[in-house]
Structures are given as structure tokens and as C-alpha cells.
Design a binder for this molecule. Structure first.
Ligand SMILES: [Zn+2]
Length: 224
């Protein structure tokens, strides 16, 4: 049970899907600390448009994103923007954990379906097929990289109980969100994730204010 009726809980090792309208805000909360949440966003009106790790990191020239940073789509439109972040360490490099992850990396004989399977299950009713699931934005996931060798490790999240990251939708979106299922990503235990949706209309934000989005669309950057 969540004390705040507006807060939804994602049970450990599970996932959900829901929609946002442009201007809505999504607050992803780590209620107990050290728990990752994988986030996907699709253009609700055209599911071929989806968040793109490659484009977002290319345009940011950084792999660690935080307040103010946009999440671009495969068509270089801004789908989400980070508007608040109490942690400052998230991952946008690694694929959602999956049965394959647990089989290949951990040697599990009967692997859990992971965030990938949970996202696929939650998004299927909206018409999202398995092969459309890209690299997710992994809220609170802590993946330090050795700058010289490129070697990375998956370390315990830096998030503490009550930490959160807030996104503002800059398009009408279909969202997938999980409480991550990988032991290593979550410092050895599976915990819930909380989220809250702040509707633009209720918050008094003008949904016609797309100036930042337009600025994002006009941004130019060199391709990799
Ligand atoms: Zn996961």
C-alpha cells in the first residue's frame, strides 16, 4: 500500500505500461533505495518512433544524463526531458536484463524473463512486438566506465530511499517501466518501484508550450 493514493507501485521483478500526454510529468521513485527501474518511451501515435540511446548520448556527448537532458527518439525528436533528479547517476548503455542475460552472464538453467520479458508482456496489448524493444533508460542504474579501457562494471545504485527522477513528456507517449530483475543491478535484492503521474492539465502547464521541444528538434549534432 502506498500512503499517497496517486503513487503506483510496481512489484519486485515486474513491469507496467501506461500512456502520457505531452506536458505530463512522470516521477519515478526508489522507495527503499538501491533499486533500478528500466524506462521505455514510444511515440503513442507511431510505435516505430522510440527512445534512442545512441542518438541521445551522441547529442549529449556524455553517457551520464541528469536534470535538463533530453531523451531523443530514433528520429531525433525529444520524447522526454529530465526535469528533476535527486541521484545523478543512471545508465543508458545496457540492454534490459532478460532470460538471455541470466543464461549467458549468470549461467541460469531456468532464467527469469527479466525486464525485457516484463516490458514485452506489459507493452504487448499496445501492439509493441519483442523486436521493437530498444535499450532502456535505466533509472538509478550505476555503471561506471573506465575511461581508458572502456571496461565497465555494474555497481550498487547510488539511490537512497525516497530518491526520484522526474521526466516531462514532450510528445504523446506510451511508457514501459519496470522494477528491475537483475541481482547485480540492485545490490543483491529485489525491491518495488513507485511512480506518480502529474497531468499537465492539473498542474496548470500549457500543453501548447512546445518551445523547448522545438529547440530540441532544431539541434544539430554530428553523427557517429
Ligand atoms: Zn532489469
Amino acid at each position: 500500500m502506498c500512503a499517497d493514493a496517486r503513487v503506483h507501485e510496481i512489484a519486485p521483478r515486474s513491469g507496467v505500461a501506461f500512456t502520457l500526454d505531452a506536458g505530463d510529468r512522470l516521477i519515478v521513485i526508489d522507495p527503499r533505495g538501491e533499486q533500478v527501474a528500466d524506462l521505455l518511451a514510444f511515440n503513442r501515435h507511431d510505435l516505430d518512433e522510440v527512445i534512442s540511446s545512441g542518438r541521445t548520448l551522441d547529442y549529449a556527448s556524455r553517457i551520464y544524463l541528469t536534470t535538463g537532458d533530453p531523451l531523443y527518439s530514433n528520429r531525433s525528436n525529444v520524447l522526454l526531458r529530465i526535469v528533476e533528479d535527486t541521484v545523478g547517476r543512471h545508465d543508458f548503455l545496457l540492454t534490459p536484463c532478460s532470460a538471455d542475460t541470466f543464461r549467458i552472464i549468470c549461467g541460469d538453467a531456468d532464467p527469469h524473463r527479466g525486464c525485457f520479458g516484463n516490458l514485452a508482456h506489459a507493452l504487448a496489448p499496445y501492439g509493441v512486438a519483442l523486436d521493437r524493444i530498444p535499450v532502456a533508460f535505466n533509472c538509478f542504474m550505476n555503471v561506471p566506465v573506465d575511461g581508458a579501457t572502456g571496461t565497465f562494471t555494474v555497481e550498487p545504485p547510488l539511490s537512497r530511499a525516497g530518491d526520484r527522477i522526474t521526466f516531462e513528456a514532450e510528445a504523446d507517449l506510451l511508457i514501459g517501466l519496470t522494477a528491475c530483475s537483475a541481482l547485480q543491478s540492485n545490490n543483491g535484492s529485489f525491491k518495488p518501484i513507485h511512480y506518480r503521474i502529474e497531468r499537465a492539465r492539473e498542474a496548470g502547464r500549457d500543453s501548447n508550450d512546445r518551445s523547448r521541444s522545438d529547440a530540441g528538434r532544431n539541434a544539430s549534432a554530428s553523427g557517429a
